[in-house]
Structure formats: structure tokens, C-alpha cells
Design a protein around this ligand. Structure first.
Ligand code: C5P
Length: 215
């Protein structure tokens, strides 16, 4: 896989990477994979089946049945789904099962936008443009709090900030595919940016990366 047409957008929870990835998808007419939804679906479906999030084999069995076209479900966008996702995401067996599916998505003719934690490091190291989107934890907590309370969840800003800190630590500290910028990723800190400013900065990063590759 050449990966030249692939754009990877990695970063921590509520950094703005999802909005940036979907904006880039629209701008360049590329399909977008929200890989967090894969892990969210595994966690939620495992819990619904009465399984244990620490049971790697059971989580991998659930992962085998995941289809990217069946991910658009509000049950996967809740606070507890995010927590469940990060617990099943530590299992190497789960990550292995989801690897082929993500690489197939990346190999579509014309390219794709991949949103996640390990897109530029593990899933598509040959991507033509790589972004690592961050923002201060307090800023991310406020964004996530607005989103969740807008969906009707009763939760405090302090609880969300605590969730974010735990999740950052688990995601960056795990042994397999930890959340980390690829060495060739461009860092984009959206703490002080509006959505439009972040989208514009992301577009400029992609265009600069593509210009560097142009023959
Ligand atoms: O991005 P989102 O918040 O939906 O991701 C939920 C969780 O799924 C993350 O906290 C992380 O543990 C896991 N994840 C991952 N690798 C990815 C995408 C998400 O480990 N590529």
C-alpha cells in the first residue's frame, strides 16, 4: 500500500481531531474512518453481552464481528462507551483483529482520512500527510462536557476532566500501539483555535505535505 493519498489524524480525546478529520474528508472528497468507534463498539457490545472488559479473548471475539458500516449508533458515543473503548483497546488481540479492517479502509483507491490514536504510527505509517492534534486537558474537557450534556448526559466538568486524564494516561501508557505522534506527524494544538481556524490550519498542513511529495 503506498498510502500517498492517506491523511492520518491522531490525538487525544476531544482534541478536535474528529471535526478536523471529517472536514478534511469533505474538502478532499475522501472517506473518513473514525477508528475510535471501532473500539467503542467492541466495549459496548461486550458489556451488553455481559462480558468483562478485561477479558482479552472475549473482547477479541466481539471485535471479529464488527463491521465499519454498523458503527453509526448513539450508544457508542456516550461517556461510558469512551471508557469501555479505552479498556478494550489495551488488549493486543483486539488491536490485531481490528488491524486488517483499518488497513483495508486505508487502501481504498484515492485514499482516505483515518482518525484515531495509532493511524500514523501503526495503521498507515506510509500516509502522505500526518497530523497530531492536541489541546490542553481543560479545553478538551470543556468541549467533551458540552457535547455530552448536549446529548442529555448528566455529568460535571470536573468528572469529565478526571476521565480525560485517566484516558490519556491509559492510551499513552499501554504497551501495544500507545497513543503517540508519528515522528513525521505535524503537531496542531487547537487550544486557542475556533473550529474554522483549526480546519484551516489542518488544510495547510496537508497541502504542505502534498507539495513536498509532488514530483
Ligand atoms: O477517539 P475516541 O474517544 O472515540 O476513542 C475511544 C478510545 O478508543 C480511546 O480512548 C482509545 O483508548 C481507543 N482508541 C485506540 N486506538 C484508536 C482509536 C481509539 O486505542 N485508533
Amino acid at each position: 500500500m503506498s498510502g500517498a493519498g492517506v491523511i492520518t489524524v491522531d490525538g487525544p480525546a476531544a482534541s478536535g481531531k474528529g471535526t478536523i478529520a471529517s472536514g478534511l474528508g469533505r474538502l478532499y472528497g475522501l472517506p473518513v474512518l473514525d477508528s475510535g468507534l471501532l473500539y467503542r463498539a467492541v466495549g459496548v457490545l461486550l458489556q451488553q453481552a455481559g462480558g468483562d472488559l478485561d477479558d482479552a479473548a472475549a473482547a477479541a471475539a466481539v471485535a471479529r464481528a464488527i463491521r465499519p458500516e454498523a458503527l453509526d449508533d448513539d450508544a457508542f458515543r456516550t461517556r461510558s462507551a469512551g471508557e469501555a473503548a479505552s479498556r478494550v483497546a489495551v488488549h493486543p488481540q483486539v488491536r490485531q483483529v481490528l488491524l486488517a479492517l483499518q488497513r483495508d479502509f486505508a487502501a481504498q483507491p484515492g485514499g482516505a482520512v483515518l482518525d484515531g490514536r495509532d493511524m500514523g504510527t501503526v495503521i498507515c505509517p506510509s500516509a502522505g500527510a500526518k497530523l497530531y492534534v492536541t489541546a490542553r486537558p481543560e479545553v478538551r474537557a470543556e468541549r467533551r462536557w458540552r457535547q455530552l450534556t448536549g446529548q442529555g448526559e448528566a455529568v460535571s466538568l470536573e468528572e469529565i476532566l478526571a476521565d480525560i486524564r485517566v484516558r490519556d494516561e491509559r492510551d499513552s501508557g499501554r504497551a501495544t500501539a500507545p497513543m503517540a505522534p508519528a515522528p513525521d506527524a505535524v503537531l496542531l494544538d487547537t487550544s486557542e483555535m475556533t473550529i474554522d481556524q483549526a480546519a484551516d490550519a489542518a488544510r495547510r498542513i496537508v497541502e504542505a505535505a502534498r507539495a513536498r511529495q509532488a514530483p
